[in-house]
Design a protein around this ligand. Structure first.
Ligand code: ADP
Ligand code: ZN
Length: 522
C-alpha cells in the first residue's frame, strides 16, 4: 500500500488527484491542522468531504466521521479505499466478525478514517474504544440534524456535545449544507462550537439555469425540453410518488430515452443497478422520488427536472443542486400546478407532529410557492432565502431571460371569489370555473348553478387561465382548499379585494398555454 503524504496539498494531489483547493477548503483544513474547531456551511457539491478527510490523513491518529446516512457511508468508504486510504465504517448492518476486525485495526492504529452513525458512536462500547486510541479529529456531517426546527432532526445528534466533554483536545468540524441563520446558531450552540471558526460559502450555483413553469401538459413539456435541449444528456426527473416514477420512466423509455426508475420501493439490487448505470453509462435519465440523490456524486448531470413541486426551498435547492457539479451549464426545470399546491398542503396538514410542526411545514411550502410565483430574478430570491444577497439579477433564470408579464387581475379575482361564495364554498376549482365560464354540464345544472349571478361572467378567460388565477389566489392565501373534495373557501385576506380596496397583479400564462380568446381581454 502506498505511503500517505503528510502535507495537505500533497494529499490533495496524490490521494485525491486534484490540483487546487476549492473555496474555503484550504482555510478549513488549516484550522483543523492547528487544533481549532470549524463550522462549515457549504452548498451540496461544494466539497465538504475533503475538509475533514485531508486533515484526518495529515494529522496523527484516526479521524471519526459521524454521518446519519448509512448508505452514503459505505459509498464514501469504498471510494476512499479505492484511493488507498485506510478507511472503514461501523454500523448496524455489519456482521459481528467484521466489526471485530475493524475494532482490531482501530486499536492497532491502522485506520485513518472511521465512519459511524451517531447512535453507534454514542454506545458506551464505542466511546470506550475511542478513548483508547489516538484521534485526529471528529467530523460531524449533516450537522443540521441537531436542529429541532428542521425536517432532518435526529435526537442522537443532540448528545454529540459529549464529544467535547470526553475528548476536549480533539478538534471538531461540523458540516452542513443548510444555511439559514437560525440553524447555524443552533448548531453552534448545541454542539458546543461557540469557539469554532465559521466558514460560510456562497450558495450560488451560477452554472445552473433555474426555470419554473406552470404545468400545462407536463409530459409534453418535459419531452419538448428533453428533445430540444438535452439529447443524450444525463439527468434526473423527480416525481412525488412511486407510481408516477414508474409510469414516467416507462413512458420516457417508449419515447426512446434511456430512463430508469428509482424509489425506495424497488428491491435493493435493482436500485443499486440503476444507480450504477446512471453513474457509469452516458445519457441515462433516472426518474426518481427524493430517495434518489443522497450521496450520488456524478459531476456531469446536465439537468434536474421536477414534475411535482418540492415541499420546501431547501429541498428544491438540494435536488436541483445535483445538476452541474462539474461547473458546466445545466438546467433545473420545475413544472408545478394547482394540484401540487393542494396535495402538499394536505400532506403538511395531515403529517403527524405538533401544530407548530405543521405550521412550519406550511410556511416552508409557502416559501417554495413564493419562489414559483415571483416575477423577479429566481436566483436572487433563492439566495435571499438562504440569507445571501445577490446585488444584480442573475441573467440566467427564466424570469431574467424572459421577464414574465403581469396583468391586472383585480376584476377576475373578484369574479372568482364571488363565484366561490355564491356556490356555497363547497366546490372544487373545476366546478367553480365551469360556473364562471357558463358551462352547461350536468353538475352545474343539478345544483342550480346556472342561475347564480356569477354564472357565465368569466367567459373572457380560458379554463386554463382561470386555473392560473385560482392557483395564484391560493398561493396568496385569498382562498383555501379544503377537505376530500378540495373545495375552495374564502379567507379573511380576500376582504379588501372584494370591497374594491385592493388591486392585484397576476402573472400571465406563457403564450403556448394561452387560448386565443384571452387576447380580447382588456
Ligand atoms: P459535498 O459533501 O459538499 O456535497 P463533496 O465533498 O461530495 O461535496 O464534493 C463534491 C464533488 O466535488 C466531488 O466530486 C469531489 O470529488 C469534488 N471536489 C471536492 N473538492 C475538490 C477540489 N478541490 N478540486 C476538484 N474537485 C473537488
Ligand atoms: Zn435571474
Amino acid at each position: 500500500m502506498q505511503q500517505i503524504p503528510q502535507d495537505p496539498q500533497e494529499i490533495l494531489e496524490h490521494v485525491f488527484g486534484y490540483t487546487e483547493f476549492r473555496g474555503a477548503q484550504a482555510e478549513v483544513i488549516d484550522t483543523l491542522m492547528s487544533d481549532r474547531d470549524a463550522l462549515v456551511l457549504m452548498p451540496t457539491g461544494g466539497g465538504k468531504s475533503l475538509c475533514y478527510q485531508i486533515p484526518a490523513l495529515a494529522r496523527p491518529g484516526c479521524g471519526v466521521v459521524i454521518s446519519p446516512l448509512i448508505a452514503l457511508m459505505q459509498d464514501q468508504v469504498e471510494a476512499l479505499q479505492a484511493a488507498g486510504v485506510k478507511a472503514a465504517f461501523l454500523n448496524s448492518s455489519l456482521p459481528f466478525d467484521q466489526v471485530q476486525n475493524i475494532e482490531g485495526a482501530l486499536l492497532r492504529g491502522e485506520l485513518d478514517l472511521l465512519y459511524m452513525a451517531p447512535e453507534r458512536l454514542l454506545q458506551p462500547r464505542s466511546l470506550d474504544l475511542l478513548s483508547r486510541i489516538q484521534l485526529s479529529l471528529f467530523a460531524i456531517d449533516e450537522a443540521h440534524c441537531v436542529s429541532q426546527w428542521g425536517h432532518d432532526f435526529r435526537a442522537d445528534y443532540l448528545q454529540l456535545n459529549c464529544l467535547h466533554e470526553q475528548f476536549p483536545t480533539v478538534p471538531r468540524i461540523a458540516l452542513t449544507a443548510t444555511a439559514d441563520q437560525r440553524t447555524r446558531a443552533e448548531i453552534a450552540q448545541r454542539l458546543d462550537l461557540q469557539a469554532a471558526e465559521h466558514f460560510v460559502s456562497s450558495f450560488d450555483r451560477p452554472n445552473i439555469q433555474y426555470r419554473i413553469a406552470q404545468k400545462d401538459n407536463p409530459r409534453r413539456q418535459l419531452l419538448q425540453f428533453l428533445r430540444a435541449e438535452q439529447q443524450g444528456n444525463a439527468g434526473v426527473v423527480y416525481c412525488l410518488s412511486r407510481a408516477k416514477v414508474e409510469s414516467t420512466a416507462e413512458w420516457l423509455r417508449q419515447q426512446g430515452f434511456n430512463a430508469l426508475p428509482y424509489h425506495a420501493g424497488l428491491p435493493a439490487q435493482v436500485r443499486a443497478e440503476h444507480q450504477r448505470r446512471f453513474l457509469r453509462e452516458e445519457g441515462v435519465i433516472v426518474v426518481a422520488t427524493i430517495a434518489f440523490g443522497m450521496g450520488i456524486d456524478k459531476p456531469d448531470v446536465r439537468f434536474v427536472a421536477h414534475l411535482d413541486l418540492p415541499k420546501s426551498v431547501e429541498a428544491y435547492y438540494q435536488e436541483t443542486g445535483r445538476a452541474g457539479r462539474d461547473g458546466e451549464a445545466s438546467t433545473a426545470l420545475l413544472l408545478y400546478g394547482l394540484e401540487d399546491v393542494v396535495k402538499l398542503g394536505q400532506m403538511a396538514d395531515s403529517s403527524d407532529g405538533s401544530e407548530e410542526h405543521k405550521r412550519q411545514e406550511r410556511a416552508r411550502l409557502n416559501a417554495m410557492l413564493g419562489l414559483c410565483e415571483i416575477t423577479s430574478c429566481r436566483r436572487q430570491s433563492l439566495l435571499r432565502y438562504f440569507g445571501e444577497e445577490l446585488a444584480e439579477p442573475c441573467g440566467n433564470c427564466d424570469t431574467c431571460l424572459e421577464p414574465p408579464q403581469t396583468w391586472d387581475g383585480t376584476q377576475a379575482a373578484a369574479k372568482l371569489l364571488s363565484c366561490v361564495y355564491r356556490t356555497g364554498q363547497r366546490f372544487g376549482a373545476a366546478h367553480v370555473i365551469d360556473v364562471l365560464r357558463g358551462s352547461e354540464n350536468e353538475k352545474v345544472r343539478k345544483f342550480g348553478h346556472d342561475r347564480v349571478t356569477t354564472y357565465g361572467i368569466g367567459k373572457d378567460l380560458s379554463a386554463n387561465e382561470w386555473r392560473g388565477v385560482v392557483r395564484q389566489l391560493v398561493v396568496r392565501a385569498y382562498i383555501e382548499v379544503e377537505g376530500e373534495f378540495q373545495s375552495l373557501r374564502l379567507t379573511e385576506a380576500c376582504r379588501p379585494l372584494l370591497r374594491g380596496e385592493e388591486s392585484i397583479q397576476l402573472r400571465k400564462l406563457p403564450p403556448k398555454a394561452k387560448s386565443s380568446r384571452a387576447e380580447g381581454r382588456k
